[in-house]
Design a protein. Structure first.
Lengths: 905, 114
C-alpha cells in the first residue's frame, strides 16, 4: 500500500474515532442526493420504487467505495499542496538568508535549552525508577528529638520493631552505607593455580551492606549468580559480596566465572555470589557493591545507621502504611521514653526519596527555560510580522488572482513550521552538547543523572514544542497578512497592508511581553547571584589560607590495626601507626604542620550524636540537639588556625589512660554554659537514655567552625581527642605553602609506612570549599546563562521593532520635518514611544516577579525573594538597556532628510 | 469509466475527464448527476461517467480552484451540491482545449502518413 493510501487510512481512522466533520457530512449528503436523483430518474422511466432504488445503488457501484475514492483524492491533494508549500517555503527562506538565520538561531536557543532542561526534568522526576513496580516501593525513616533529622536512619532495635509490626508492607529490606578497602589484585578462586592475575591497585569502593529482602523488594535479577538467600543475614556467618556490573567490568575484566571467587576487602575475605546489572544503579551510580548485612541483636537502642526499603502490600495505600508506622512509633516511644521523644516513622515513596530535594530547583529551571522559549517565540513573531509587511504586495496580488485566504494562511504557516522544525533540529544538537557537558561537569546536585537521556520521549516533547511554537509565532502574523482591504493595498503599493494600526499594536504588545518576561528572569538570576555571592563569603571558621591546606583520607591496611583472633580493634597499634605516619610527613620539606581529623570543614562530617551536660535538667536534656563530634589530634587546631578562646586544646598528655577530655565550640559554650565557666564541666556522649556513657571534661573553648556546609548556621560542636579515641580511617591535614604540589611526596611517605594504605579524596581546602557550594554555583550559572540569553533576545527584539517602526514612519517624519518640526521633537516622539513600552513591560514584569519569586525561596541564601535592592537594580538596568536599544533608531529618525523621505513611496 | 467503445477507453486519462467536466459546466452550474448526463449528451453517448470516477474528479477540480460549489435543490427538490466554473476554471478550459486540439492534430497527422 502506498504511503499516501496509508495516510488516507490513518486519516479515516481518526475521522471514525471522532465526530464526523463538516466535510464528511457534506460528502454523505452529496452521495445521498446522487442516489436519490438516480432513483427518481428510474421511477420516472417507469420502474417501481423499490426496484428503482436497487437499480440506482447498483449503477452507482457502492456508495462507500465512491466516498473512499473521494477521500483518497482529497488526501492526495492535501499532501501535494503540503509538499508544494514546503518547497515554496524553503525557497522563501533561502532567498532571505539574513532573516532565516536570525529566526532559526533564535529558535535553536529557545528550543535547545528547553529540550535539555526537559530531559533532565524527565529523567529525574518523571522517568520510573529502575525497579519492579516502583510505585509500590517506599522507605521508612526515623524522626525523633533530639536527633532532629526529618528522614533519619534507624537503629537495629528500631528495624526489628518495624520488621515485626509493619503489616502494610509485604516485605522490607534493610541496608546501611559502607566503604570497603579492596586489597590490590583481583579475585582468587579455589582451584586457581596462579591465584590473582590482575594488577589492579588497592582502592576504596562505596556501597551497601544489605539483607536478602533488599533485593527481593526491589525485584531486579542479577546478571550473574544470585542475590542473598534468607538466612545469610545471620551474624558472624560467611562474608558474601555482590558486585555491580560496573565494578565487575572495570576491575575484574568481566570475568564470566567470577561467582564463587573471593576477594580481600578491609583485610577480610569476601566470597562473590553475584553481579547486578548496570541499570540497577543508574539512580545511585556510586554504589559498587552489596555485602551481606549481619542482623546482630542490639544491646541498646542506638546507634542509628540503618535504612529501609519496603514493598507495600497490594491494595494498601501510603496513608494506611503511614498511619500504621506512626502508631508503631508511639508504641516504641512509650517503651523507651528515655531514648526518644516525639518519635515518628515517616513513610516516604521511594521516588520522593531520590528526587524530593531536587524538585524546587528543577521546577525553577524549567520555568526559566520556558521564559527563554517564550521570548524567543515573541522575537520570531516580530521578525515574521516585519517580513510579512514587506510581502504585502505579493500577497495582495495573489489574493486578487483568486487564491483563497485559507490557502495563503496555510502556506504562511508552513513557512513558520519549517522555521520551527529547522530550529528544533539545531536545538536538539545544542541540547545534546549541553547534556554531555552537564554529565562531564556533574556538580552532583542532580540526582539520577544516569537516567537523564535524550531519547524518544524527549524528542517527542521537542517535536510537540516546536510545532506549538511554530503555530504560536506564525499564526498571528499570517492572519495579519491576509486580513486587509485589497483594493486599498494594491493602490498604495502594499503599504497600508503593512503599516496598519493593528500591526503596530501587535508589535508593541509583543515587545512589552518580551520586556516583562526578561525582567522576571533577570530578577531571578539577580537573586541567585546575590545568594551565591553571600554564600561564597561565609566564614568557614578557620584562619589558615585554604590554598595552604591539603586534605586526604587515609584508610590503613586493617590487618595492622586489628588484633586476632576476632579482628578486634587495636587502639594502641592505631595510635602508633598514625604517630609514625605524622612523623614522616612532618619531615617533608615545605610542610609547616600536619594534623589528623575525622571530620573537616566545610561539610565533611561523619558522626552525629546528642549529648547531656552533667547536672543538666533531664527534661531539658532530652531536647539537646544532635551535634557533630569530630575526633581530632593535637595538631588540628593549630594547623587549621582555629582560634582558642579559653583554656587549652589537646596535647600529648591526653592519653587513653588519663581523664577523658573535650574541647567545645563557642556556640556550645554560649548555648549551654551561658554565664558560667565551661572549663571543668562534664559532657556525656549520647542521650539521657545511657546513664553510664563516658564523661568528657571540658578543657577549652575554640572558635566556631562549620562542619555541615556553609549554609548551616553555627551548630554547637564538641571535639574528642584522637589520642584518646582513635579511629582507623582519618583525614590527614597538611599545611604547606606548596599547596597541592606537596601531595605526591606525602603519598610516598604514607606508602613507606604502609604499602597497602589507600589514600583518596585528595584536595586542597580551597577545592573543598568550592565543591561544597557546587550546587548553588551550578544553579546560579545556569539561570544567569538563561537570563543573559533572554536579555540579548529582548534587546535585539526591542531594537528591531523600534528600527522597523522608524523605517515605516519615515514618510510621516519627513512630513513633520518639512512642516517645521524640530529634530528634538521627533527624537522625543520616538524615545517617548519606547519609554512607554519599557515602562509597561517593566511594570508587568515587576508584578509577575513579586508573585512568582516566592517559589524560589528554598534556593536562596541571605536574601528575601522580594529583595527590593535586587528588584530595583534589575529594573533600572533593563530600562537602561531598553532605552539604549531604542536610541539608535531614534537617532536615525532625527537625521531623516525630509526631501528624501517625502519622495520615498 | 465505462463506455460503449470498450476497455480501451479506460486508459483515457484523468486529464481527459477533467476537460470534459469543465466543458460540461461551461454553460452553467450542474450537480453531480447532471454533469454525468451532460457529458453523456455532449459525447453523443460515448462516455458514461460512473460516480467512482466522477466525484473524485469533481472534488479534485474544486480543490485546484477551477470549480466552486454551492448547495441547492434539484428539479425534484432533492438537496444537491451544484458545481460551477470559476474564472480560473474558464481559463483552464480554454488552455486545455487548445492543448487537446494541438495534440489530436499532431497525432492525426502522424497516423495518416503511411
Amino acid at each position: 500500500m502506498s504511503w499516501r493510501a496509508r495516510a488516507a487510512q490513518a486519516a479515516s481512522a481518526w475521522r471514525n474515532l471522532f465526530r464526523r466533520s463538516r466535510v464528511e457530512r457534506d460528502l454523505d449528503a452529496e452521495m445521498k442526493g446522487y442516489v436519490d436523483m438516480l432513483t427518481d430518474e428510474h421511477v420516472r422511466a417507469g420502474m417501481p420504487a423499490s426496484e428503482a432504488r436497487r437499480a440506482a445503488l447498483l449503477a452507482t457501484g457502492g456508495v462507500e467505495q465512491v466516498k473512499e475514492q473521494v477521500r483518497d483524492v482529497k488526501m492526495g491533494v492535501f499532501l501535494q499542496t503540503l509538499w508544494q508549500d514546503a518547497r515554496y517555503a524553503t525557497r522563501v527562506l533561502v532567498k532571505n538568508p539574513g532573516f532565516s538565520a536570525a529566526a532559526i538561531l533564535t529558535l535553536m536557543l529557545g528550543i535547545g535549552a528547553t529540550t535539555a532542561i526537559f530531559s533532565v526534568v524527565d529523567g529525574v522526576l518523571f522517568r520510573p525508577l529502575p525497579y519492579a513496580d516502583a510505585d509500590r516501593l517506599a522507605a521508612i525513616f526515623l524522626k525523633f528529638t533530639p536527633q532532629n533529622m526529618a528522614r533519619g536512619p534507624l537503629s537495629m532495635a528500631d528495624a526489628l520493631d518495624v520488621l515485626a509490626n509493619c503489616r502494610s508492607f509485604q516485605e522490607i529490606g534493610l541496608f546501611q552505607n559502607g566503604r570497603l578497602d579492596l586489597a590490590a589484585g583481583g579475585a582468587s578462586g579455589t582451584g586457581d593455580a596462579t591465584g590473582t592475575s590482575s594488577s589492579a591497585p588497592a582502592e576504596q569502593i562505596s556501597g551497601f551492606f544489605a539483607t536478602p529482602s533488599f533485593f527481593s523488594v526491589l525485584g531486579v535479577r542479577p546478571i550473574l549468580g544470585r542475590t542473598f538467600l534468607p538466612g545469610e543475614d545471620a551474624p558472624n556467618g560467611a562474608r558474601l559480596i555482590i558486585l555491580s556490573e560496573g565494578l565487575w567490568r572495570r576491575r575484574y575484566q568481566a570475568d564470566a566465572s567470577i561467582v564463587g571467587k573471593t576477594i580481600t576487602a578491609n583485610s577480610l575475605s569476601y566470597t562473590i555470589v553475584g553481579v547486578m546489572p548496570a541499570n540497577f544503579t543508574t539512580s545511585s551510580p556510586e554504589v559498587e557493591y552489596w555485602g551481606n548485612l549481619w542482623m546482630t541483636p542490639p544491646t541498646r537502642r542506638g546507634p542509628f545507621f540503618l535504612r529501609t526499603v519496603g514493598r507495600l502490600r497490594p491494595g494498601v495505600t501510603l496513608e494506611q502504611a503511614q498511619a500504621e508506622a506512626s502508631a508503631l512509633g508511639r508504641r516504641i516511644e512509650q517503651g523507651a521514653p528515655r531514648d526518644y521523644s516525639n518519635l515518628d516513622l515517616p513513610v516516604v515513596p521511594l521516588r520522593e526519596v531520590f528526587v524530593g530535594d531536587a524538585r524546587p530547583a528543577l521546577m525553577v529551571m524549567f520555568a526559566a527555560v520556558g521564559v527563554v522559549l517564550l521570548i524567543a517565540t515573541v522575537n520570531v513573531a516580530n521578525l515574521l510580522l516585519v517580513r510579512g509587511s514587506s510581502r504585502g504586495r505579493e500577497i495582495a496580488v495573489r489574493l486578487s488572482l483568486g487564491a483563497s485566504r485559507g490557502r495563503l494562511i496555510r502556506q504562511l504557516l508552513t513557512e513558520s513550521l519549517l522555521l520551527s522544525l529547522l530550529g528544533a533540529a539545531g536545538g536538539i544538537a545544542l541540547a545534546y552538547a549541553g547534556l554531555e557537558l552537564l554529565r562531564a561537569t556533574n556538580p552532583g546536585t542532580i540526582p539520577r543523572i544516569g537516567d537523564v537521556r535524550l531519547d524518544m520521549r524527549v524528542l517527542m516533547f521537542t517535536a510537540a514544542v516546536s510545532l506549538m511554537t511554530g503555530i504560536l509565532f506564525g499564526l498571528a502574523p499570517a492572519l495579519q497578512s491576509v486580513r486587509s482591504d485589497l483594493t486599498r493595498s494594491l493602490r498604495d503599493g502594499g503599504r497600508s497592508m503593512t503599516s496598519g494600526a493593528a500591526r503596530r499594536r501587535m508589535h508593541a504588545a509583543l515587545v512589552v511581553a518580551e520586556i516583562a518576561l526578561s525582567l522576571m528572569l533577570l530578577i531571578g538570576a539577580g537573586l541567585l547571584l546575590r545568594s551565591f555571592f553571600l554564600l561564597q563569603h561565609v566564614e568557614a571558621g578557620f584562619q589558615t589560607s585554604p590554598t595552604e591546606l591539603v586534605t586526604m583520607r587515609v584508610s590503613p591496611n586493617r590487618a595492622r590495626l586489628t588484633r586476632q583472633p576476632n579482628n578486634q580493634f587495636d587502639e594502641a597499634a592505631t595510635l602508633r601507626y598514625y604517630e609514625r605516619l605524622l612523623e614522616r610527613v612532618r619531615q617533608i620539606p615545605g610542610v609547616q604542620s600536619v594534623a589528623l581529623a575525622e571530620a573537616l570543614p566545610p561539610n565533611r562530617s561523619s558522626w552525629n550524636d546528642s549529648f547531656v551536660i552533667e547536672g543538666q535538667d533531664p527534661i531539658e536534656a532530652k531536647s539537646n540537639p544532635s551535634v557533630v563530634i569530630p575526633t581530632v589530634d593535637t595538631g588540628y587546631f593549630r594547623a587549621l588556625g582555629i582560634p582558642v578562646r579559653r583554656g587549652r586544646v589537646f596535647t600529648e598528655r591526653d592519653t587513653p589512660e588519663s581523664t577523658r577530655v573535650t574541647v567545645i565550640s563557642e556556640e556550645m559554650a554560649r548555648r549551654y554554659f551561658a554565664g558560667r565557666d565551661p572549663i571543668g564541666q562534664k559532657i556525656k556522649v549520647s542521650g539521657p537514655g545511657l546513664p553510664n556513657n563516658p564523661r568528657y571534661e571540658v578543657i577549652g573553648v575554640v572558635g566556631d567552625v562549620k562542619y555541615s556546609g556553609l549554609q548551616d548556621d553555627h551548630a554547637p560542636v564538641y571535639y574528642r581527642a584522637q589520642g584518646q579515641a582513635p579511629n582507623m580511617r582519618m583525614f590527614l591535614v597538611v599545611r604547606s605553602a606548596l599547596g597541592a604540589r606537596v601531595v605526591p611526596t606525602v603519598r610516598r611517605e604514607i606508602q613507606a609506612v604502609d604499602g597497602e594504605a589507600i589514600v583518596n579524596q585528595v584536595e586542597t581546602m580551597e577545592e573543598a570549599l568550592a565543591e561544597s557550594i557546587a550546587g548553588p554555583r551550578f544553579r546560579m550559572l545556569l539561570i544567569v546563562v538563561f537570563a543573559s540569553v533572554a536579555l540579548m533576545l529582548a534587546a535585539t527584539g526591542i531594537y528591531g521593532v523600534m528600527a522597523y517602526s522608524v523605517a515605516q514612519r519615515t514618510h510621516e517624519m519627513g512630513l513633520r520635518f518639512a512642516l517645521g518640526a524640530a529634530r528634538g521633537d521627533v527624537l522625543r516622539l520616538v524615545m517617548g514611544q519606547a519609554a512607554r513600552l519599557a515602562v509597561a513591560g517593566i511594570g508587568l514584569g515587576l508584578i509577575g516577579s513579586l508573585l512568582l519569586t516566592r517559589w524560589m525561596s528554598t534556593l536562596l541564601f541571605g536574601v528575601e525573594p522580594t529583595d527590593p535592592t535586587t528588584f530595583a537594580a534589575v529594573a533600572t538596568g533593563l530600562a537602561a538597556i531598553a532605552l539604549i536599544a531604542s536610541a539608535l533608531p531614534a537617532r536615525r529618525a532625527m537625521r531623516i532628510d525630509p526631501i528624501v523621505a517625502l519622495r520615498q513611496e | 469509466m465505462a463506455s460503449s467503445t470498450g476497455q480501451s477507453q479506460l486508459n483515457l486519462l484523468q486529464g481527459t475527464l477533467d476537460l470534459l467536466i469543465l466543458k460540461a459546466l461551461a454553460p452553467g452550474e450542474l450537480h453531480g448527476l447532471g454533469v454525468s448526463r451532460r457529458i453523456e449528451q455532449i459525447t453523443k453517448g460515448a462516455f458514461q461517467v460512473k460516480p467512482g470516477s466522477l466525484f473524485p474528479a469533481l472534488h479534485r477540480l474544486e480543490e485546484a480552484g477551477w470549480l466552486s460549489s454551492t448547495w441547492g435543490e434539484s428539479e425534484n427538490r432533492r438537496k444537491a451540491k451544484f458545481y460551477q466554473l470559476t474564472k480560473a476554471g474558464r481559463r483552464q478550459l480554454e488552455t486545455e482545449t487548445e492543448e487537446w486540439q494541438r495534440i489530436s492534430l499532431a497525432i492525426g497527422l502522424a497516423l495518416r502518413t503511411t
